[in-house]
Unconditional design. Structure first.
Length: 154
């Protein structure tokens, strides 16, 4: 049979995946954030071993790229102490805001990799977190197109 009719996976044609971009900001994390990074590195190490066993080059490339990213994030992580006071907003604080439309929202300020606004966590480098850090109960901040008052700091 002609080789033209045989499809073999030689690994040729696979392009190297570009590395995931790493933030230029310090990698500040909470203790929970560091634990999540460590768990992800462990999961990816297992996935890499599995991809090696199955000789799945595409999976190897994807997992290797992600493993490089998360290993770098683990190495550069700076665990921040739990906030000791509630006088001013700081990294790790939970802040309840009263928006000008009457809605209340609560966000916890965390590291970039931990941030998930839909679940109530925002990155310390986000515009809202930057506006909040250093502010006190009763202060106002711009939140999108509206203003919001800091109602509670935990």
């Amino acid at each position: 049979m002609s080789r033209a009719f045989v499809k073999e996976d030689t690994g040729e044609g696979l392009e190297d995946l570009p590395d995931r971009p790493v933030s230029e900001h310090r990698n500040l994390v909470t203790a929970t954030g560091l634990a999540a990074i460590e768990a992800e590195v462990e999961r990816l190490n297992l996935a890499y071993a599995e991809a090696q066993t199955s000789a799945d080059r595409a999976a190897l490339q994807k997992v290797a790229r992600d493993l490089r990213y998360w290993s770098q994030r683990q190495q550069s992580a700076e665990v921040m102490p739990v906030p000791t006071g509630t006088d001013a907003v700081q990294f790790g604080s939970s802040v309840t805001l009263l928006r000008s439309d009457g809605r209340r929202v609560t966000y916890r300020i965390v590291g970039e990799d931990e941030a998930d606004p839909a679940r109530g966590t925002i990155s310390y480098v986000s515009p809202l977190a930057r506006a909040l850090i250093g502010k006190a109960h009763g202060d106002s901040v711009r939140m999108g197109a509206t203003d919001a008052e800091i109602e509670r700091i935990d």
